[in-house]
Design a protein around this ligand. Sequence first.
Ligand code: G3I
Length: 453
Amino acid sequence: MKLTSRSVSPVAIVSTVAAAALGASLMLAANTPANAATTLGAAAAQSGRYFGTAIAAGRMNDSTYIGILNREFDMVTAENEMKMDATEPQQGRFSYGNADRILNHARNQGKRVRGHALAWHSQQPGWMQSMSGSSLRNAMLNHVTQVATYYRGKIYAWDVVNEAFADGSSGARRDSNLQRTGNDWIEAAFRAARAADPGAKLCYNDYNTDDWSHAKTQGVYRMVQDFKARGVPIDCVGFQSHFNAQSPVPSNYQTNLQNFANLGVDVQITELDIEGSGSSQASNYDRVTRACLAVTRCAGITVWGIRDTDSWRAYGTPLLFDGSGNKKAAYNSVLNALNAGGPGPGPTTTTTTNDPIPGGCTASVSLNSWDNGFVATVKVTAGSSALRGWQITTTLSSGTVTSSWNANRSGNSGTVNWTNVDFNGAVGAGQSTEFGFQGTGSGAGLNPSCTAS
Ligand code: G3I
């Protein structure tokens, strides 16, 4: 079709809408106060967060690349150099040359390091790929222990286990040689990592877990919920967030981050890249950044590379700098969103807080579930003031409440409200009480929130 000054192509309409949507953040650039931060790391630090990137040891002699790294980012991930095939190429013989080069550069520049990744079905060294059973389990645990011990005290957060859930509708674990050593391989890896480096945050990291409605997301959620309930040492969940037209930023992205945070873990955006260009790409980056800023326990964002040409999918131009190292529109939208700010990462306490009176209260749930049923035990904890009474709201995504104890109930499906009974309304500052209920369905996503009275 020949475009005249009167005809408007669909592409032009889309770009106009996207440009309008972005208008608010671009206007912010014009209104940016003189003291607004001018780099991604400094802008994120204003709310206590980090802004990081993955880097490759092989590019570290590129002065444009290193210049952008040093200027813009305050967290670094080795794109490939800390993976199992890189750090233990032969069994029992560890190799840290490239990983150290990245880690030492980052630390010398005052940057922190995310470790990626201790245990993964992919990028295993050849000797490990052919192993199975207890010898594989022991080799995996030895790898976790050796690498986490070698870097003890130097890693902000480890991706202890990477990509262990299946895509599709099952919500189940991915089949792999590691999975076939027994379903407890993930918790065994987390326990080994905690013992080796008690100061590192321990994360589970995956892709296609950015949409709350996906079965894979729910599978990971149930695992984290179970780990928290049983005291398996997990501190954070990483959302890789590789987006493109087939896998766009989900409309419930912020809700998803919040729901995981409500389990009592930090959430981190760990491998962000968004294919596209211009204002539509910029507005997607804006949305992701704002989602993190809106979730108190979203600790920071890492993009998966510096320039488009450094990306594992360079054809999609998914990053914040073009191939020459120039800032893209996406860069400006992220910087502006970070400068607009949000609440800082909060204390490492569990779950949702609703705070209408000083002190407030929090609620957390521990779940015992089976095929189509569950028992939920809800713990209500007073904040810095004593409670006279409390109200809890829970959400049943499916099923109904069939019985309950130690609380009054209103409703039995969907949003269910609970209030204290006579004997458990008074809770001292910092003290807790519990009530419980049984229901049909999975009990996933109850997300209790507490209102103090
Ligand atoms: O360095 C060698 C080079 O010497 C050799 O000639 C060439 C031939 O294939 O391979 C080069 O290594 C490649 C390496 O990237 C460095 O470019 C590997 O083949 C290639 O498999 C590797 O891909 C990496 C991929 O993970 C697999 O580990 C990507 O760089 C890396 O961005 C990507 O990152 C993953 C995260 O770890 C987990 N989440 C998804 C993400 C994207 O796939």
